[in-house]
Design a protein. Structure first.
Length: 353
């Protein structure tokens, strides 16, 4: 499938990013609606094929880009693929979001036989390598491409179970650190793969939400590994990480500012004005249109109003701003709603600051 610049845009996403980085005028605010399995519905691709057939995966991404002209294409393996590469299992329903099966790790002695994932040798990761090769050739000159490696703590929760992992952080912390080390090194192998294809890196670590783990445990079990990974990404790819964090993250903002980030994407429950004021001079901000109440359920007027409000606030961030949804758009959303979000972004003309 041939990729093409959106007819309503003056610039390709690559040209837009370059202009922003060079401090030149550009046509519109960058916009990245998070769509995930919504792409399956839009393109008629089965959930299984969207995560397992490299050609269909790539075609779906290009078809979605051709319709909307959004500013980034992000592919897996993400937390799901890396969990599977380590031996975990996910269930892929006919419709909807895949979910973790019974946790793989029932006893930490299993870690003695769990090796670090080698992206070049893992059949599961090579599925995404094949997709990356297709997209690098067919789309890389038009739109920035990223590989998602998920988040280390969320991968750990997939392998052990969320509630048990949180208990383990208090009862057997050394075993948790051993698991986190295996996961982190596996993610590094995926970063190396991304670098080979010229991709950047995206991360999302929803279980590392302070509402679940708390800031003290975040500092101990999440921050060191995420910091190590973001530093590694910059060295290997020469690009910084696009990080999405779910939930009320106020209590861990001081840690998030320490990462090498291309952007910090915030949940829609976050006060964007506060984020711009407290974080905007430290990291680029992305966010945070409500994907359910506004995008899925809102009228065209409500979508335009929310987009313009976010842009008006986000543009005050000194390090830069990207318009995005606060989380994934549900797969039951009408496709025209994303058209409206992109139209609203295009209606806000931008010049360099």
């Amino acid at each position: 499938m041939r990729i093409q610049k959106h007819k309503a845009d003056q610039m390709t996403p690559i040209e837009r990013r370059k202009a922003i980085r060079e401090g030149r005028d550009y046509d519109r605010i960058p916009c990245v609606p998070f769509m995930s399995e919504f792409k399956c519905v839009l393109t008629g691709t089965s959930v299984w094929d969207f995560w397992h057939d490299p050609r269909k995966m790539a075609d779906a991404e290009i078809a979605v880009f051709n319709r909307y002209g959004c500013d980034r294409i992000v592919i897996g393996p993400n937390t799901r693929g890396i969990t599977e590469a380590l031996g975990g299992r996910f269930i892929y329903p006919e419709k909807g979001v895949p979910f973790a099966d019974k946790p793989l790790i029932q006893d930490y002695r299993q870690l003695d036989d769990m090796g670090v994932v080698d992206a070049k040798k893992s059949a599961r990761i090579q599925t995404f390598a094949e997709e990356a090769e297709i997209l690098a050739k067919d789309a890389g000159s038009i739109v920035p491409l990223e590989i998602s490696i998920g988040g280390p703590f969320t991968i750990a929760s997939n392998l052990r179970g969320v509630e048990i992992l949180l208990r383990d952080c208090r009862k057997c912390p050394e075993e948790v650190h051993k698991l986190m080390r295996i996961i982190t090194e596996s993610q590094k192998s995926c970063i190396d793969m991304a670098a080979e294809y010229g991709f950047g890196i995206a991360m999302a670590d929803p279980v590392a939400n302070p509402a679940l783990i708390g800031p003290k445990m975040y500092e101990k079990f999440v921050y060191p590994y995420t910091k190590e990974l973001t530093d590694y990404v910059l060295r290997q790819t020469r690009e910084r990480v696009s990080l999405h964090m779910c939930g009320k993250t106020y209590s861990i903002w001081k840690y998030l500012c320490e990462y090498e980030l291309n952007e910090l994407s915030l949940d829609n429950i976050i006060d964007l004005e506060r984020a711009v004021e407290e974080l905007g001079d430290k990291v680029p901000i992305a966010g945070n249109v409500d994907p359910v109440e506004i995008v899925m359920n809102g009228t065209k007027e409500e979508i335009f109003q929310a987009v313009r409000s976010c842009i008006g606030t986000g543009r005050k961030a000194k390090k830069g701003y990207v318009l995005a949804t606060g989380c994934d758009v549900p797969d039951t959303t009408l496709p025209v709603k994303i058209d409206w979000m992109m139209d609203a972004a295009r209606s806000c003309k931008i010049t360099a600051i």
